[in-house]
Design a protein around this ligand. Structure first.
Ligand code: THU
Length: 137
């Protein structure tokens, strides 16, 4: 998934995110999202968005994937892939950027839409001047 030089296999990570998207529970928005996290061990953890009749309790696909990784002991994230059926490749929401920062400040984020259009950024580009444990001092 990532070779010894740390090059990330974006195709494989995106494929895992597309598979996870099939399990999205999005009856309210109709906006299904899939995500996949690559841990530094090489393991992949995937997730989909899970909505609720109490709308504000919805959990984004990215946070489902990140918490799956962390709860399996994978605390350092090398990359995050996000896929949607939107007309534009969609970057993670602000809350998910903050949660990603906790475990992958050096992570790459790659996103793809239904047309196969991709964009990518670093976590740092998506969350400049981030708040983290270093700010608690
Ligand atoms: N959603 C995600 O899963 N990830 C994002 O980064 C943005 C939004 C979900 C939440 C909700 O279920 C639906 O997309 C519409 O906002």
């Amino acid at each position: 998934m990532s070779d010894p030089d740390g090059v990330i296999d974006r195709d494989a990570l995106l494929a895992a995110a597309w598979r996870a998207r099939e399990q999205a529970y999005a009856p309210y928005s109709g906006f299904a999202v899939g995500a996949a996290v690559l841990g530094i061990s090489g393991r992949i953890f995937a997730g989909a968005n899970v909505e609720n009749a109490s709308y504000g309790l919805t959990i984004c696909a990215e946070r489902v994937a990140i918490t799956a990784a962390v709860s399996a002991g994978e605390r350092r994230i090398a990359a995050l892939a996000v896929v949607t059926g939107a007309s534009q490749p969609t970057p993670p929401c602000g809350a998910c950027r903050q949660v990603l920062w906790e475990f992958g400040p050096e992570a790459e984020v790659v996103v793809e839409n239904r047309r196969g259009e991709r964009r990518h950024w670093t976590a740092r580009e998506l969350l400049p001047e981030a708040f983290d444990s270093g700010r608690l001092a």
